[in-house]
Design a protein around this ligand. Structure first.
Ligand code: NIG
Ligand code: FE
Length: 409
């Protein structure tokens, strides 16, 4: 047993049966002057220092002035990729748009070409090294998508890399099949053929092999239509894969309501958001996920988080880490951006990046809050006046110590 005493503020405490939504997000559930007891890899007990009962422990850590919170839960990443796309970065600086670069054969197809040429081993090594960096920045659970393969073999290679990450890293990792990320060159004149290949070959094969937990599609003008979304999500759901969907990044074309009709776990991006989209989300079991790093990097509008929260809905925030639209997986920066650009309060942003992120990738049973029996995956900050200082110092992080599965790392 390890005992942490005199914690200035212990954040995201309590039990959570559902994501935190609407006005409830304003209220950070936390304990001042707290203790936290860890038994092996789990949270055993916590409370105020006054309520602490004497107990025999192996180690006592004094956390006077420090804040303790759950590690970040990053529910949307494309961590597995072959190479960065710095050239496109420069092309955008020189005036081209994301869509113009994609139309020239750049973008997702560029990443797919490089990934197909790369062997499993270096692909795994690159992804593992990125994941190590993210964990050091406080990410304690992560979702990772395929989507740079765009063929049965290459999507399989990506999912195998994710499977290896799952077995070699001791944090919760979820895999999402995003074969419907772009139409590959081989099917340029036969998109129906590619949709059929995903629905009839990839989904059954990868679901049977338990290579993926979720199904995704990039529903967007120039990528996949709402009709194609229905086909792919229905096939996924029939094979036990709950949808987590890319929608409304550049255009609102009805993808939100369509995703909700398949009981999507999350709808991600939402830089464009209509009143109909909000209505579709109300009363659903679908979580809105904002990706402010993508808006920042591409210079596109930010997700209207206030409208989402004021409509009484839950919201999660995630990094979208990928080589094209968000080449950073730093959740500390994402939390700052949620405050600065999405006008979320520090309480809202921290809840969106922990417990709500955990719900948005179905790991909330295990992590995302300070709850008895959950994994002891924790961030200890240096001495801070209050948790509001965590997002305040943007571009930095407030991590003095990480505790992963009950171990100081
Ligand atoms: O979430 N929008 C679709 N997919 C990614 C970007 C993919 C890429 O450009 O490589 C995203 O932004
Ligand atoms: Fe994405």
């Amino acid at each position: 047993m390890k005992l942490i005493t005199n914690i200035h503020q212990l954040l995201v405490t309590g039990s959570f049966d559902t994501p935190v939504a609407g006005a409830a997000l304003k209220q950070m559930p936390y304990i001042e002057n707290a203790f936290l007891l860890i038994d092996q890899d789990r949270i055993y007990d916590y409370g105020t220092m006054e309520d602490m009962h004497p107990i025999a422990v192996d180690e006592v850590i004094d956390a006077t002035g420090q804040i303790v919170l759950p590690m970040w839960c990053d529910s949307h990443t494309h961590l597995v990729y072959a190479q960065g796309r710095e050239k496109e970065f420069v092309d955008r600086i020189n005036g081209l748009s994301y869509q113009e670069i994609a139309a020239r054969g750049g973008g997702i197809l560029n990443s797919a070409k490089k990934l197909r040429e790369m062997d499993m081993e270096p692909l795994y090594e690159a992804a593992a090294s990125r994941l190590e960096q993210l964990i050091a920045l406080g990410t304690g659970a992560i979702e990772i998508k395929s989507g740079y393969g765009l063929s049965l073999a290459a999507e399989g290679k990506m999912l195998e890399v994710i499977a290896r990450l799952k077995s070699n890293f001791n944090i919760p990792i979820k895999a999402t099949l995003l074969a419907a990320h772009a139409i590959p060159e081989a099917y340029a004149t036969n998109r129906e053929g590619y949709i059929e290949c995903i629905a009839k070959e990839m989904i059954p094969a990868f679901a049977k092999a338990k290579r993926c937990d979720f199904i995704d599609i990039f529903c967007e003008s120039g990528y996949f239509t709402v009709a194609e979304l229905h086909t792919i999500l229905a096939a996924g759901v029939a094979h036990g894969l709950r949808p987590k969907v890319h929608v409304n990044q550049f255009n609102a074309i009805g993808g939100v309501a369509a995703a909700v009709s398949h009981n999507a776990l999350s709808v991600d991006h939402l830089e464009q958001l209509t009143q109909e989209d909000i209505k579709a989300l109300q009363g659903s079991q679908t979580i809105a996920v904002a990706l402010p790093g993508c808006s920042f990097f591409l210079g596109i509008p930010y997700t209207p988080a206030r409208r989402i929260i004021d409509a009484g809905l839950p919201i999660a925030i995630a990094s979208d880490f990928n080589p094209g639209s968000a080449p950073s997986g730093n959740m500390n920066f994402v939390v700052s951006q949620a405050c600065i650009n999405l006008k979320m309060t520090p309480a809202e942003a921290i809840l969106a990046a922990t417990i709500n992120g955990a719900f948005a990738m179905d790991v909330a049973q295990e992590t995302g809050s300070i709850t008895k029996n959950k994994k002891a995956n924790l961030i200890m900050t240096p001495k801070l006046s209050s948790y509001q200082a965590i997002p305040y110092h943007f571009g930095q992080h407030q991590i003095a110590q990480l505790i992963i599965n009950g171990e100081f790392v």
